[in-house]
Design a binder for this molecule. Structure first.
Ligand code: GLU
Length: 426
């Protein structure tokens, strides 16, 4: 291998989300002195399912889509994790996302393992009928994987309550029994939980506020940039501005904007909703580049879009003191090193965005008991749980003198490793 190709390979590897997960897992395993057997058990997914889904498109032609479901771990309970529809979906991405779900559920202290699913497709270019046929075909293919006490999907990037409604219907038809708890993030009238739609963004805000308390940052005197304006980014921005944080930059995949006086987030959300779900053309700020959203001069940066946004290439230009990860895997391992050396505090994804799966758990509990909670009850319980999780990770980081990210891995892997040992007999 020539030096150039080696360099290229290294860049590729550092952008590979599963490698990014493993590199942090290895550091945590060393700190924990994890024995070799447990290390080997926890580092790889227990099940990897890849299916081909032939779908009749509206033009009369059949298109074959690739679908994935990866179960990383079921040590702590049935596996839990969303389903992503995007052209970027691939095996290594879904494997990383599944492992992150296992760590996330352990940190949130909910009785689940971790999994993730996805279909390589572009949902914005598909009709409602095509999406319904694809979602139902995926559900039929995964019927043996999914289950109330086996594996419970939820929304992720590119999916939402509508897809969850098709899944619950298709699954219930095959089973011959209405089974709302087989999937979470459903519409409210099909057993969805109040508060679920806002839960991830609410949790990102709670983690940001907790971190600000520790760092003596007054929210009312702080500014923030939020990358991504989907379910997570827009609600994070809305919740942070409710706490007095001035949101100076917002963006989505179509455009990015800066306003030195701060955005009215409710106005930006209603613009997006009346503009086919995107921010393009919004005229309440100046147009900037997506790269500038990450590097602009703010106190708090919330990457809420997707993986690999903060990399070794742009990390040294970041000016925020605090990064709160609403997205899964937005920071590469190479960027972590640079940010740590600059003293920037990162509240990692598996902690910061755990509010979503926490309320998914509440939804599952409500489905099973048939007793439904008020939105206030859901929000109070979710906030209490986020604060507890934040302090557990903060204390682990102080105890071992490690970053919050490595502390999150140490805390969750230790918990799951104890589960492996208690079960024994492998
Ligand atoms: N997709 C979300 C996540 O990455 C939610 C998962 C769930 O609710 O099961 O955390």
């Amino acid at each position: 291998m020539t030096p150039e190709t080696k360099e290229l390979k290294m860049t590729k590897e550092s952008e590979n989300p599963f490698q990014a997960m493993l590199s942090r897992f290895n550091v945590a395993a060393k700190i924990l002195n994890l024995d070799e057997d447990t290390y080997n058990i926890l580092k790889s997914p227990i099940k990897q399912v890849v299916v081909s889904l032939p779908i009749l498109m509206d033009n009369g032609k059949v298109q074959v889509f690739e679908g994935y479901r990866i179960v990383h771990s079921t040590v702590m309970g049935p596996s839990k994790g969303g389903i992503r529809y995007s052209m970027d979906v691939n095996l290594d991405e879904v494997k990383a996302l599944a492992a992150w779900m296992a760590w996330k559920c352990a940190i949130a202290d909910i009785p689940y393992g971790g999994s993730k699913g996805g279909i390589t497709c572009n949902p914005s270019k598909m009709s409602k009928g095509e999406l319904e046929r694809l979602t139902r075909a995926y559900t039929r293919s995964m019927y043996d994987i999914f289950g109330l006490d086996k594996d419970i999907p939820a929304p992720d990037m590119g999916t939402g309550p509508q897809e969850m409604a098709w899944i619950v219907d298709e699954y219930s038809r095959i089973k011959g029994e209405f089974t709302p708890g087989v999937v979470t993030g459903k519409p409210i009238n099909l057993g969805g939980s109040l508060g679920r739609a806002e839960a991830t963004g609410l949790g990102v805000m709670v983690s940001a506020i907790e971190a600000m308390k520790k760092l003596n940052m007054d929210p009312a005197k702080c500014t923030a940039a939020v990358q991504g304006f989907g379910n997570v980014g827009s609600i994070t921005a809305k919740q942070l501005s409710k706490k007095g944080v001035k949101i100076l930059a917002i963006s989505d995949h179509t455009s990015a904007f800066y306003n030195e006086n701060g955005f009215d987030i409710a106005d930006a959300i209603s613009y997006r909703d009346s503009n086919k779900g995107v921010l393009s053309g919004y005229n309440k700020g100046t147009l900037i580049t997506n790269a500038e959203v990450l590097t602009c001069n703010v106190d708090v940066l919330a990457p809420c879009a997707m993986e690999n946004q903060i990399t070794a290439e742009n990390a040294s230009e970041i000016k925020a003191k605090l990064i709160v990860e609403g997205a899964n895997g937005p920071t590469t391992a190479g960027a972590d090193e640079i940010l740590n050396s600059k003293g920037i505090i990162i509240v990692p994804d598996v902690l910061a965005n755990g509010g979503g799966v926490t309320v998914s758990y509440f939804e599952w509990v409500q489905n099973r008991s048939g007793h439904y909670w008020s939105e206030e009850e859901v929000n109070v319980k979710a906030e209490t749980s986020m604060i507890k999780a934040f302090n557990n990770i903060w204390n682990t980081s102080e105890l071992h003198k490690i970053s919050l990210r490595i502390a999150a891995y140490v805390y969750s892997i230790d918990k799951i490793a104890k589960g492996v040992k208690a079960k024994g007999n492998y």
